[in-house]
Design a protein around this ligand. Structure first.
Ligand SMILES: NC(=O)c1ccc[n+]([C@@H]2O[C@H](COP(=O)([O-])OP(=O)(O)OC[C@H]3O[C@@H](n4cnc5c(N)ncnc54)[C@H](OP(=O)(O)O)[C@@H]3O)[C@@H](O)[C@H]2O)c1
Length: 213
């Protein structure tokens, strides 16, 4: 049972984008940051429910498959779930449609109490205020012996990294510069201690960086 993180970041280390507008709520930069991942056959099938078999294969798809494999529970922050977006109300059910790609219990860290949401396909969102250790213990107990993924965003991921709770950190470094946003690496001096660190390049230009215990 490993605790895993898997994020896309820019060359300058940002895991969030800042060019959202009411007309384009994701912004152009989010598309640039996630283009290679979204293009994979695995992402298209799992998130868009595209069963045509279209999408890229190869290195990026191998990592996309690994992203979804063997995850029994997920922890995410209020920001990743979408609770910080303007206009979100009590009925908001997240970004991912009626059948989210997680297919497991998801523990959403938030200071706002919300009722549990049961979605199609096996995803249940639980909302809680807890320390990273407490949230992880709940997720491990719910994971059925599989791995727990700390899904994001970067604020929550950095809490778990600082607490020393992550066994495997997978980062897709996308060759773009975002200039601003929330940086994954801030205040994590010496994080590499205790991990073996490897990289693998993909034809898309992405460098897949792995910190593994
Ligand atoms: N690049 C990637 O691969 C990737 C992956 C996932 C998400 N993202 C992006 O990341 C963005 C969100 O990231 P973020 O860093 O802004 O936010 P986040 O990490 O998703 O959530 C942070 C928020 O969660 C709540 N929280 C955190 N720790 C808590 C605790 N211990 N107990 C209770 N509540 C706690 C707080 O919100 P409240 O106080 O408001 O409750 C806090 O402001 C999204 O825009 C998403 O697109 C990027």
């Amino acid at each position: 049972m490993a605790v895993r993180v898997d994020l896309n970041i820019s060359l300058d280390g940002f895991a969030t984008t800042t060019d959202q507008t009411p007309e384009n709520p994701f912004g152009l930069d989010w598309g640039r940051l996630t283009a290679a991942y979204v293009a994979t056959r695995t992402f298209r099938a799992r998130v868009f429910h595209d069963t045509s078999g279209e999408g890229t294969t190869g290195v990026d798809d191998d990592y996309a498959q690994a992203y979804f494999a063997e995850v029994g529970a997920e922890v995410m922050g209020a920001g990743m779930f979408g609770l910080h977006e303007p206009g979100v109300d009590a009925d908001w059910r997240g970004w991912w449609g009626d059948e989210p790609p997680f297919r497991c219990p998801v523990f959403v860290l938030t200071h706002t109490a919300r009722p549990t949401l049961e979605m199609a396909g096996g995803t249940t969102f639980h909302f809680l205020s807890a320390t990273p250790r407490e949230a992880l213990d709940l997720a491990l107990a719910a994971s059925g012996g599989k791995d727990v993924r700390i899904g994001g965003g970067p604020t929550v991921v950095r809490e778990f990294l600082k607490a020393g709770l992550v066994d495997r950190l997978q980062v897709a470094i996308v060759p773009i510069l975002l200039g601003r946003g929330i940086r994954l690496w801030d205040d994590l001096r010496g994080l590499e201690d205790g991990y073996s660190v490897t990289t693998e390049g993909a034809p898309s230009g992405i460098t897949h960086l792995t910190f593994a215990r």
